[in-house]
Write a protein that binds this ligand. Structure first.
Ligand SMILES: Cc1ncc(COP(=O)(O)O)c(C=O)c1O
Length: 436
């Protein structure tokens, strides 16, 4: 059965949504042609749509559900909390201390942490703190890096990278952001030199996220930190995706390079909205109520910041990751290794040049035009059929019961070997059709 034949109710809902929501979606990624399926429910590694079709899901709530959808421990903790205490007070409560203590225990750079509602906000605050701390204005970000759509960081995100990312941002702000090629030391130095003595910080996903799931090398990150310290600037890691995923302390623990500030989100909220900026107390104290104008950094506000539901859910997930780290990380990493290998072998079997980037439980499929290694986002756009990932590939997989966005995703503790095998088969069927 074709996708359209299987998703009649979703089609109707999409028509209805378009009448009241521009384009029918409130997050552009959730659209794919001809229309997205509407979710009825999710559990473990699975999603069911309103027409009753089930999918092996690798999107996992934007890579949040490392333990699987609707984890029973999270459901119990959250419902117990709501029944016994409530769900939003807009006041301090002890749940935020418990989660903050865990972040400080786990994340090497975190002497303290400030929670907010999204990683977009957290990245915006990290940049503001870095500018205030250094007294400089220019920020560097990697081509293809995604740190949310804040006005400060909406540059060089999508292809073609040299075109303006969005209308509605004044030229003066664009001049305060310099782009560089991820993992390319010469280009990074070039951009630093262009900043002159105005460089406040480099913000970087240490594993390039939606730009390609490409890990930065240890040497590159070490050089970056040393050079920034020489120039009186800060290194900000955006570990929104990698935090608690590649290891309990994120990529910084895994690779052994500690940044000055870190942005967190996703897994940290246990499936509920969250963002956090963490780092040294003296930098974060610049945002404290104790500082007065003109010497303070405005951090915070946020009606739902530190809401107890995100705090409880996040703590339950982090505690589980800590308790069972010897089981969970080897399991999800080796399952994802099998997936990456299986997909590359399927590509080879159909005579295609397929590379599956990623690390740990993250993966992204690339069908290459040339046999060159993929080290940056530009490599992906130059050397692969990147435009199939969120169009024909996504639709083909969905019509065969597998759900991926950007041609990849994250393996959770709820996924099984059988599901990985089934996924490899379906991706192989796509390769066969793509080969034509
Ligand atoms: C690396 C990175 N930073 C920041 C964000 C923005 O996070 P949020 O959606 O919580 O605002 C994302 C979201 O996908 C992300 O992947």
């Amino acid at each position: 059965m074709s996708y359209e034949e299987k998703t009649l109710l979703s089609k109707e809902l999409f028509e209805r949504a378009k009448r009241v929501i521009p384009g029918g979606v409130c997050h552009n990624l959730r659209y794919f042609p001809p229309y997205p399926f509407f979710v009825e429910k999710a559990w473990g590694s699975r999603i069911m749509d309103v027409d009753g079709n089930t999918y092996i899901d690798y999107w996992m709530g934007h890579y949040t559900h490392i333990l699987g959808h609707r984890h029973p421990d999270v459901v119990k903790a959250v419902t117990d909390y709501i029944k016994e205490s409530g769900y939003h007070f807009g006041l301090v409560n002890k749940e935020e201390i418990k989660l903050a203590e865990l972040v400080v225990e786990l994340v090497p750079c975190a002497e303290c942490v400030r929670f907010c509602c999204s990683a977009t906000e957290a990245a915006m605050y990290a940049v503001r703190l870095a500018r205030a701390w250094t007294g400089k204005d220019t920020i560097m970000k990697a081509v293809g890096g995604w740190h949310g759509a804040s006005t400060d960081l909406s540059f060089g995100i999508s292809y073609p990278f040299n075109e303006r990312e969005t209308l509605g941002i004044p030229d003066e702000l664009e001049a305060r952001v310099k782009l560089f090629t991820f993992n390319d030391w010469d280009d990074t130095l070039r951009a630093m030199d262009e900043c002159g003595d105005d460089l406040a910080a480099v913000i970087i996903e240490p594993v390039l996220g939606v730009g390609g799931f490409i890990p930065a090398t240890k040497d590159y990150l070490k050089s970056l930190k040393n050079e920034l310290e020489k120039r009186g600037a800060l290194l900000i890691f955006d570990e929104t995706i990698t935090g608690f995923r590649v290891s309990p302390g994120g990529y910084q623990e895994f690779i052994g390079v500690t940044p000055h500030l870190t942005v967190l989100g996703k897994i940290l909220g246990g499936g509920f909205p969250i963002g956090a900026v963490c780092g040294p107390m003296d930098i974060l104290m610049m945002g404290s109520y104790e500082r007065r104008k003109p010497n303070r950094v405005l951090v915070g506000g946020g009606t739902f910041s530190c809401n107890p539901i995100s705090m409880v859910a996040g703590r339950v997930v982090l505690e589980r990751l800590l308790e069972d780290k010897k089981k969970i990380y080897p399991y999800i990493n080796s399952l994802c290794d099998s997936l990456r290998k299986g997909i590359e072998e399927a590509g080879k079997a159909y005579g295609l040049k397929v590379e599956t980037t990623g690390i740990g439980s993250l993966f992204m499929i690339h069908v290459k035009k040339e046999d060159v290694p993929l080290r940056s986002c530009e490599d992906i756009y130059e050397h692969t059929y990147w435009d199939i990932r969120d169009t024909s590939l996504r639709r083909f997989l969905a019509s065969h019961g597998v759900h991926m966005i950007h041609g990849g995703g994250a393996v959770s503790y709820a996924h099984t070997e059988e599901e990985v095998e089934a996924t490899v088969n379906v991706v192989g069927m796509f390769f066969e059709e793509f080969k034509g």
